[in-house]
Write a protein that binds this ligand. Structure first.
Ligand code: CP
Length: 324
């Protein structure tokens, strides 16, 4: 096991070099399996009455969000707190970004507090890489434009495995606006890593055939084990560009409705949902909807990601409690 340090009641390997989670491409299958196992351990810890673990006491996790977020920002904050880290959340709106401060200056200003991790969301592709290069913190990409959202893909794998018991060979139909979707890009890569398969389904104008096999035939979703519905990203569609004739027509042709699903077919959506557009409310609220499970997975997977970046290896959670 190499050099070991005695910390508290346990032995831990020495710290690893600084690393980031900017893209699913940063991970191999072993990394994904380790994160899934760590998230599961944390899920067990979260079933206890006392949910807080001392594992990251004294660490600082900085959330830097240039785009709106409910799930990702809240789950990183709760994840860091459940691990006893200090947290600082800065939203661009209301900060000195409004006065024209650049991403570099903002990141370097906040880096003066010596955060251990910066979680960054930004509308520009490559922003998380930029922050990683501009500071000495570990950086987690919480979404950069339409490029990557790796922790979303990891929490989705976790949710699927909890629901199905395995990932190898699982068929996932990803329905909707793949063109503007960092979730789709991350998820397709992550599914491949674990031996699962993705098919994109939607209007030809919103498909990305170089990403995964694609079809405009909504009937194809009935073959899938999981139907993964994407949000129509109206904010990323250029003014005046007509990707679909209208949202009403989109809903009629590609909306996921009970009639288009097999009985018992699992449905996921990263949120926020446009009910009545890409997903029928009866589907969103059905027994086979995993939408709430995804939010719960988001907490334990983000605990796992923070833990993995800041500690020195796959120490089981019980041991993590001991060594802190
Ligand atoms: N899925 C997702 O990233 O949601 P938020 O935009 O609410 O963080």
């Amino acid at each position: 096991m190499g050099d070991l340090r005695v910390v508290g009641h346990g032995l831990v390997p020495p710290p690893r070099e600084r690393k980031h989670l900017l893209s699913i491409a940063d991970l191999d299958r072993d990394d994904v399996e380790r994160l899934l196992a760590t998230a599961r351990s944390f899920a067990l810890s979260q079933a206890r009455e006392t949910k807080k673990l001392p594992t990251l006491r004294g660490r600082l996790v900085l959330n830097l969000f240039y785009e709106s977020s409910t799930r990702t920002s809240s789950s990183f904050e709760v994840a860091a707190k459940r691990l006893s880290a200090d947290t600082l959340t800065v939203k661009a709106a209301g900060s000195s970004v409004d006065k024209g401060e650049s991403l570099r200056d903002t990141a370097q200003t906040l880096a003066a507090y010596e955060p251990d991790v910066i979680v960054v969301r930004h509308p520009e592709v490559g922003a998380a890489r930029f922050v990683a290069d501009a500071t000495s913190a570990r950086v987690v990409n919480a979404g950069d434009g339409k490029h990557q959202h790796p922790t979303q893909a990891l929490l989705d794998l976790y949710t699927m495995r909890e629901a199905l018991g395995h990932l190898d060979g699982v068929q996932v139909a990803i329905v909707g606006d793949a063109l503007h979707s960092r979730v789709a890009r991350s998820l397709v890569q992550a599914l491949r890593l674990v031996g699962a398969e993705a098919t994109l389904v939607g209007p030809p104008s919103l498909l990305v055939p170089e990403l995964a096999p694609s079809t405009h035939d909504i009937a194809a979703i009935s073959d899938a084990d999981v139907v993964y519905v994407l949000r129509m990203q109206r904010e990323r569609m250029l003014e005046g560009a007509n990707f679909v004739p209208s949202l009403r027509e989109y809903a009629a042709r590609w909306g996921v409705t009970p009639e288009r699903l097999r009985p018992g077919q699992l449905v996921m959506h990263p949120g926020p949902m446009n009910r009545g557009v890409e997903i029928d409310a009866r589907v969103a609220d059905s027994d086979t909807s995993l939408v709430v499970d995804q939010v719960q997975s988001g907490l334990v997977m983000r605990m796992a990601v923070l833990y993995d970046l800041l500690t020195a290896g796959p120490v089981p959670v019980e041991a993590a409690v001991e060594v802190a």
